[in-house]
Design a protein around this ligand. Structure first.
Ligand code: TRP
Length: 454
């Protein structure tokens, strides 16, 4: 059995944890979590979200890393090889293909939102937010989103920097960057929470996040629960093979369970901190928590505009957010690039450019859906919103179920036990029950509930 990947290996266990945390922590935590929680009323959504991370996300992340490390190839070839080895159907490789499709769709809109973040670095550094009020902040945001050419420029820049890192190999520069940037982002978020505690309506913000009001769920429970689960998959980078391919570069000796728990805890912590930084500002300024994808771009400038050294903190914050998005985007492109290298004999550089150009083109449709094409709707959503919804709430959970079924039922127990090497037999049994029954059934029940079957 191969013990290394042709695409390179992480230099240490820490490198893997950093890279996987870099993949998990991104716009999903700081942009998507607060506005999605806001759309579904806060506390109750947050509880369901945390339950999903614990009962579905953690076991599936362990499964993804385990499968990746056993296969040591792109998700498509990993699934093909492992299925073959277990005497299962070669159709399992379709899971890898579905992951490529999800990564493709996600990155196309992710890059557009990352572009907003880049644009906001300039606006913060230029002092545009100084003394701004809610109406002014909203106007800055609308002006950006309405300007297709500007969005195109930022989207292009973001795709270029993503392709550059992927072309050079994820194990190289990524490790070093994440080592510094993750702690810095953490620190800055804490500063912002402290600011929100002092200048915002912290009591209302915290209550909104942590006091579940289950009446909020009553009207729209199916959608809310589905979105909380989708957010868990999205935020943990699960269900498309990103974590799987990162697992394929992990040393055979390293503990999968321990690493997974660290990654999941960090990811959840960043999301909660982001919520604690944003909602007090929302309430102090009479803004709407459910105002949608613009939420952080409309609230944070108000805080930066008022806090001491706000111009500095604002620029640094958006720079760090760009980096967080960058380290996530890389993992969205990597499975496709690895496959092109393995099966098409492309050089890494050519594969990264080809993949990047394709995603960039699709991203143009996403950014046009915000302005020129705003009249074009599918199921009531523009293209960007549609890609976001379908990937997080449908494709990723579906990929997750298939990963769980493969890891729990198709892969032999001796293989999963040997790969996970959990010291305690009891804990291994817990994982087995979660991956065989709880995670797949939970996802299927949430799907069934959302489409109104019960
Ligand atoms: N988890 C990242 C975020 O929260 C986004 C991301 C990176 C992702 N890789 C992924 C989402 C793979 C789903 C699947 O910003």
């Amino acid at each position: 059995m191969t013990t290394t990947s042709i695409h390179g290996m992480w230099s240490s266990r820490l490198a893997f944890v950093l890279a996987a945390t870099g993949s998990a922590v991104g716009l999903g935590n700081i942009w998507r979590f607060p506005y999605t929680a806001g759309e579904y009323g806060g506390g109750a959504f947050v509880i369901v979200y945390i339950l999903c991370v614990a009962a579905i996300g953690i076991p599936i992340m362990m499964a993804e890393i385990m499968l990746g490390r056993r296969g040591r190839q792109s998700p498509i070839n990993t699934m093909r090889t492992l299925a073959e080895r277990e005497g299962a159907s070669p159709l399992w490789q379709l899971l890898g293909w579905m992951g490529i499709l999800s990564g493709f769709l996600i990155l196309s809109f992710y890059s557009v939102i990352a572009g907003w973040t880049l644009a906001y670095v300039m606006r913060a550094a230029g002092g545009l937010f100084t003394g701004i009020d809610a109406a002014g902040s909203e106007a800055v945001f609308s002006a950006l989103v309405g300007d297709a050419e500007r969005l195109l420029a930022w989207h292009t820049i973001f795709m270029v920097i993503t392709v550059i890192v992927v072309a050079r190999g994820v194990a190289g520069g990524l490790e070093k960057a994440v080592r510094v940037l993750m702690p810095a982002l953490f620190l800055l978020l804490i500063i912002m929470v402290l600011y929100a505690a002092q200048a915002g309506d912290f009591a209302s913000g915290a209550a909104y996040l942590f006091q579940p009001d289950f009446r909020e769920l009553r009207d729209n429970a199916g959608e809310a629960i589905l979105s909380a689960m989708g957010q868990a998959f999205f935020s943990l980078s699960l269900g498309m093979g990103a974590i799987m391919i990162y697992g394929s570069y992990l040393n055979s000796q390293d503990s999968i369970m321990q690493n997974t728990i660290i990654i999941a805890v960090m990811d959840t912590l960043v999301a909660v901190l982001a919520g604690l930084a944003i909602f007090p500002i929302v309430f102090a300024n009479g803004l709407e928590p459910g105002s949608g994808p613009g939420l952080i771009f409309q609230t944070l400038p108000i805080a930066f505009g008022q806090m001491p050294l706000g111009q500095f903190f604002g620029s640094v914050f958006f720079v760090l957010l760009v980096f967080a998005a960058w380290t996530s985007a890389i993992s969205l492109l990597e499975p496709l690039v690895a496959w092109l290298v393995e099966n098409r004999g492309f050089s890494r550089v050519r594969a990264a450019i080809l993949g990047g150009v394709a995603v960039w083109l699709l991203g143009i449709a996403c950014l046009l859906s915000l302005n020129e094409w705003s009249g074009f709707k599918v199921f009531g959503m523009g293209i960007l919103d549609l890609f976001d919804y379908v990937t997080a709430n449908v494709l990723l959970p579906l990929g997750g179920v298939l990963i769980a079924v493969f890891a729990g039922w198709v892969l032999s127990r001796s293989a999963s036990a040997a790969e996970l090497r959990i010291a305690s037999e009891g804990l291994y049994q817990v994982w087995l029950v979660l991956i065989r029954f709880i995670a797949p059934l939970a996802v299927i029940l949430v799907f069934a509930h959302a489409i109104g079957i019960f």
